[in-house]
Design a protein around this ligand. Structure first.
Ligand code: SF4
Ligand code: SF4
Length: 447
């Protein structure tokens, strides 16, 4: 698309934004892939429409305030990227544009919206504060209508019970002969909402001969700040992780798609700074745990189907039915942002008796998308309800598990499956795998 953007007027992120605009040929192939185009049915809420709006703002021919509602409604799900035959790097435009909007103080928001954004930014990236905030949400729920409407989406998403914190050790030695050594990002919200995901991930890695270190000085990946336009905070988080993760590991692993995607964008976050080269080197070593494990190969396939009930591990319904149906939900930041689709499925298929079921409209976001379900609760709820129904349909209405590789998606699916009274359990891919290993162990011991 022709444009008159002057990149130098927009700082280090000006050039990537201009290049993304340039690459778009306005063909419209991306429209069908875009969840907000499906929800709102208007061009300005499609990828193509947003590219034109952002182009005009960057050219100086459209006020920021006119583009903002449509830019705010973008999930950042990147479903438009694989759908685009011209290879438009939409990620190089949307987050940098949001950063510019906040930098120029052009975002028009009510006091309530500012308060909600500030609260999210000050709590979610810090496990201790987030845990306290969730305890506070219990009180807020009891206050019902006294809580300002703008904060109610936060209460609706806060789980009624928060699991006990798990303190991770600095090092977990590999079982048997060591095949690799990795450093794990523990994730901030995930540590609080479902600490068992890290426990399961470490257990699966260790039993596959991988030594896992968990650097103590690591912090939030910075994704939440980056996707809401807080560039300074995103840079601070990124620099902290550049310093925290050692060079003498085979890979830096994450088990949260959103974190992995954000860490793969550190070159943009730190563009034009002295840390840009180190960010690129860091990104090269970042992998989702499913990618790492699939490439390494399982030393030994799990021997149990790992069907679960409660928090425990036993063979439950799988024993009765002979198979465990697992509806696998593609987290956008794994499938679209990192191109990871096959590896988690392959790992699940390695479990005897597991049948991986595909969701209809799998490319559509579940509506979680960072703080989207706080900022745009109606759209997020609509997408979440559709995804829960799609997951149930994939399981054929029967028993089974919904699996995914991102805490945001897992939380969103849990909330919406509970809303419709479904008993189907929602688990991280690593939890399904870990449970299958343990079920196999239990079966062996019982013999
Ligand atoms: S598919 Fe790609 S090139 Fe076509 S309108 Fe969408 S972003 Fe532009
Ligand atoms: S990132 Fe998602 S919501 Fe935003 S334009 Fe692309 S497909 Fe649409």
């Amino acid at each position: 698309m022709q444009h008159t953007i002057k990149p130098e007027e927009h700082g280090p992120l000006g050039a990537p934004m201009a290049q993304a605009v340039e690459a778009c040929v306005h063909c419209g192939f991306c429209l069908a892939a875009c969840p907000t185009y499906q929800e709102f049915g208007q061009e300005m809420d499609s990828p193509r429409g947003r590219i034109v709006l952002m182009k005009q703002v960057l050219e100086g021919t459209l006020p920021w305030a006119e583009a903002q509602p449509h830019v705010d409604r973008c999930l950042g799900c990147l479903s438009c990227e694989p759908a685009c035959p011209s290879g438009v790097p939409y990620r190089d435009l949307i987050s940098p544009f949001r950063a510019r909007m906040e930098e120029e103080k052009k975002g028009v928001r009510t006091m309530g919206e500012k308060l909600r954004r500030w609260l999210a930014a000050q709590t979610i990236p810090y496990p201790g504060r987030f845990r306290l905030a969730l305890a506070g949400a219990k009180v807020g729920r009891a206050m019902g209508g006294l809580v300002p409407a703008v904060l109610r989406p936060m209460l609706a998403l806060a789980p009624a019970n928060v699991p006990a914190a798990v303190k991770l050790k600095a090092v977990y030695p590999a079982q048997g002969e060591r095949r690799a050594r990795v450093a794990l990002l523990a994730g901030c919200a995930q540590q609080v909402l479902d600490p068992d995901i890290n426990v399961a991930t470490i257990e699966v890695l260790v039993r596959n001969g991988v030594e896992v270190i968990v650097p103590e000085s690591q912090g939030c990946c910075g994704g939440l700040a980056w996707h809401t336009g807080d560039l300074v905070a995103a840079q601070t988080f990124a620099r902290r992780n550049l310093a925290a993760f050692p060079a003498d590991v085979d890979a830096i692993l994450t088990n949260a798609a959103g974190c992995g995607s954000a860490m793969h964008e550190y070159h943009l976050v730190l563009k034009g700074t002295p840390d840009e080269a180190q960010a690129k080197e860091f990104e090269r070593r970042v992998r989702d745990v499913s990618v790492f494990l699939a490439k390494l190969g399982l030393r030994e396939n799990p021997r149990g189907t790992g069907a679960m009930s409660g928090g425990g591990v036993h063979e439950g319904n799988a024993k009765k039915a002979g198979t465990l149906k697992v509806a696998y939900h593609d987290a956008c930041h794994l499938a679209n942002a990192q191109g990871v689709r096959e590896q988690p499925r392959a790992l699940l298929r390695a479990i005897p008796g597991v049948e991986v079921c595909e969701l209809a409209d799998a490319h559509l976001c579940c509506g979680s998308a960072g703080t989207y379900n706080l900022d745009q609760p109606e759209t997020a709820n609509s997408l979440g309800a559709q995804k829960a129904q799609a997951a149930l349909a994939a399981l054929g209405g029967g028993e089974g598990v919904v699996a995914s590789g991102n805490i945001g998606c897992l939380t969103q699916l849990r909330v919406h499956l509970e809303k419709i009274g479904s008993p189907v359990r929602v688990r991280h891919t690593m939890q399904v795998l870990r449970d299958a290993y343990r079920a196999g162990d239990a079966r062996r011991e019982a013999r």
